[in-house]
Ligand binder design. Structure first.
Ligand SMILES: Cc1cc2nc3c(=O)[nH]c(=O)nc-3n(C[C@H](O)[C@H](O)[C@H](O)COP(=O)(O)OP(=O)(O)OC[C@H]3O[C@@H](n4cnc5c(N)ncnc54)[C@H](O)[C@@H]3O)c2cc1C
Ligand code: SF4
Length: 339
């Protein structure tokens, strides 16, 4: 009999796991709460480390989903899951019930709500935006302006907003925001060659392939300046520009600067939806709020509940490359489990 897997979450992890399982002749039901598949990658414009158009990724993954073994339900959420005689029963908001031999959780991450970092003024000062707002602006327009329509001359990019921050309640590093800052700073410089760009960082985490090279290019070719220091606060001037205060921790001197635009590099945080599902299923979470793995080295797609697996950023921040690899690994683990 054909085995069935329900995948919850149709971001790139869920999509890649679905097509990998279908190639092994396993029936897959992919459930996505939004209208479209693709998850957060569907919101990005050009990707680090090589400025590839993000649509190429989602299009390629969508193409691979055209298979008789795959059924897709969008705009659908889970209302309940139970397990009887080794089989799962999944109920949805569309009043459907599906049986499954295994479940894959690929419900991804949420973005840190920058309003929680009140001292930075997001949602209060009009020239404070997030990296996600900037990505949207880069996607939609060839020009980047301040709220007034004026071209900004000085831009500050603030790293670690809602990550590595005791006050926000998140100690983990979001892994992708240092390199996203470098990528976005270059993109802004390409549009506004006369703008001065400053990246305020705690440490620079350029761990991935080609990340270090891009960071060097940002400094040497594009003149982007990196200042080691954590921003303490921002205040709005009469003309809408911002006065920011920090300490340059390399020179040990306090730093005060006026900028026209401030971009907050917001972190990846555990998704509320996963917490809800996890509690329903009795899944263990780590202290950081992401799903836990008992064996982080050898069994990093397994949860504590037999038959329930994970793929992608539902367990920790990851790049696209790592998410795709994790999804393939999860598919293999599931195939082994159900056979
Ligand atoms: C600002 C920013 C920029 C980035 N840029 C890059 C880049 O340039 N290059 C790169 O390699 N990586 C980048 N990343 C990382 C990349 O976004 C992630 O690797 C990728 O999104 C992870 O995919 P995922 O499927 O694990 O999660 P997600 O993208 O979060 O997808 C999860 C999916 O599950 C769905 N879902 C959630 N709960 C439920 C539920 N209960 N029922 C049904 N569906 C549900 C969601 O709607 C979503 O579609 C960036 C990240 C950030 C924050
Ligand atoms: S990747 Fe960089 S900006 Fe993001 S949390 Fe880690 S150190 Fe901070």
């Amino acid at each position: 009999m054909t085995k069935k897997v329900v995948i919850i979450g149709g971001g790139i992890a869920g999509m890649e796991a679905a097509s990998t399982l279908s190639r092994m002749n396993i029936d897959v039901l992919l459930i996505e709460k939004k209208q479209q598949l693709g998850g957060h990658v569907g919101e990005w414009d050009h990707l680090f480390p090589n400025f590839r158009n993000a649509r190429e990724i989602t299009r390629s993954l969508l193409y691979d989903l055209q298979d008789k073994h795959i059924k897709i339900c969008t705009s659908t959420e889970i209302t309940g899951i139970s397990k009887k005689s080794g089989k799962f029963e999944v109920r949805t908001t569309q009043q459907q019930t599906f049986k499954a031999d295994s479940i894959l959780l690929s419900t991804g991450f949420d973005l840190f709500d920058a309003r929680k970092k009140e001292e930075y003024g997001y949602g209060i000062y009009e020239n404070v935006i997030t990296s996600v707002d900037l990505e949207q602006k880069l996607k939609e327009s060839n020009v980047l302006t301040m709220a007034s329509g004026v071209i900004p001359k000085r831009i500050a990019m603030i790293h670690c907003v809602g990550s590595r921050d005791e006050k926000s309640g998140y100690f983990h590093c979001s892994k992708v925001c240092c390199i996203t800052a470098v990528k976005q700073a270059i993109e802004v410089k390409q549009k506004l060659p006369h703008a001065e760009i400053f990246c305020f960082y705690m440490d620079l985490r350029m761990y991935g392939k080609k990340f270090e090279e891009l960071y060097r290019e940002a400094q040497e070719k594009w003149g982007i300046q990196f200042v080691r220091g954590r921003l303490s606060e921002a205040a709005e001037n009469m003309d809408g520009s911002l006065q920011i205060k920090s300490e340059d921790t390399l020179s040990g001197r306090p730093l005060k600067m006026n900028v026209d635009l401030m971009v907050l590099m917001i972190g990846m945080v555990p998704s509320e939806s996963t917490t809800f599902l996890g509690k329903m299923l009795g899944i263990h979470f780590s202290e950081d709020g992401f799903i836990n793995h008992d064996d982080i080295h050898l069994e990093n797609n397994l949860t504590n509940v037999p038959g329930i697996f994970t793929a992608g950023t539902v367990t920790s921040p990851m790049t696209i490359t790592d998410t795709i690899a994790d999804a393939r690994s999860a598919a293999l683990k599931i195939a082994t489990y159900i056979s």
